[in-house]
Design a protein around this ligand. Structure first.
Ligand code: PAF
Length: 289
């Protein structure tokens, strides 16, 4: 596996693969099985697999965890070598954002709901860096995890709006044996916090089984999840939302104006909560991103 730190360097390497399919997995490193599942999928479907590791400063707010975000290149490198990744792009901040950098791309409206409410500049940072990485790597297909469902939906939207010839594939959430969705940020959790964090997947699983048993009203689903999360004193809810999967909009009231029924093939049920200082997200979907 070649590690390349410059944009010119990676572009040169990619040019050698003209005519071949290129699978791309952008990451911020500190890799876990969720990332590895994306890489495995890319390896299955493409001639060449490129992974990037870049902790992107523009997607962190001023009071967020950019500086303490976990980093371990040696460990990541070993994992990527084991999977026979072809190229690792590992640029530094000034390579991606040279002095005077001033161009941003933003998916309006959908980037301002759910996580975008409490992280108002987050998705602008994500779409900007991913578009730059797409322009550098020129992939055929790019792979993202469903845990960051809103991110995947926005990126799909961006590729359509900007006429990019890139297929976005969204792979299922990978969970630990106790049900917690894998995330690099899980490393921040103390033992007690990790125990509390389990309320998140459990609340969502309860809502999902109630939906399977016939519950359809969006506000009842939301309340059920909120009540489950409130059982832990260590959890502070950021949001619980039940919205359409394609547009991240609230469902319209039904004819009697009493209930708001979800769609069985176009629904995102998503929650974000703080456990201590750590912000965690999780979701389930009815339908496909
Ligand atoms: O999901 C992530 O790790 C990041 O948001 C991404 C897509 C690599 C952009 O920095």
């Amino acid at each position: 596996m070649k590690i390349i730190q410059t944009i010119n360097g990676i572009k040169k390497k990619i040019k050698k693969h003209q005519g071949q399919s290129i699978g791309f997995v952008p990451t911020m490193g500190y890799l876990h099985q969720g990332h590895l599942s994306l890489i495995e999928q890319s390896k299955k479907e493409n001639d060449v697999t490129v992974v990037s590791i870049f902790v992107n400063p523009t997607q962190f707010g001023p009071d967020e965890d950019f500086n303490r975000y976990p980093r371990d290149l040696q460990r990541d490198e070993a994992l990527l070598k084991e999977l026979h990744v072809d190229l690792l792009f590992f640029p530094n901040s000034t390579e991606v954002y040279p002095s005077g950098y001033s161009t941003y791309v933003e998916v309006e409206t959908m980037g301002k709901v759910l996580c975008g409410k409490s992280r108002p500049t987050h998705f602008r940072g994500v779409t900007t860096v991913v578009l730059k990485l797409f322009n550098i790597v020129n992939p055929t297909t790019a792979y993202f995890g469903q845990k960051d469902a809103q991110q995947a939906i926005l990126l799909k939207h961006m590729t359509i709006d900007l006429n990019l010839d890139i297929t976005i594939k969204v792979m299922p959430i990978v969970r630990d044996t106790d049900g917690l969705a894998l995330s690099s940020r899980n490393a921040y959790l103390s033992t007690a916090e990790r125990e509390a964090a389990l309320y998140l997947p459990r609340a969502l699983a309860k809502a999902k089984s109630q939906i399977e048993a016939g519950l359809k009203d969006a506000s009842e689903i939301k309340t059920l999840i909120e009540n489950e999360l409130k059982k832990s004193p260590l959890i502070t809810i950021d949001y619980v939302e039940v919205v359409t999967l394609d547009k991240l909009e609230n469902f319209p009231k039904n004819q009697e104006g009493q209930t708001v029924d979800i769609s069985m093939n176009n629904t995102l049920v998503a929650a974000a909560a703080r456990v201590g200082k750590t912000r965690l997200i999780d979701n389930f979907i009815l339908g496909e991103i």
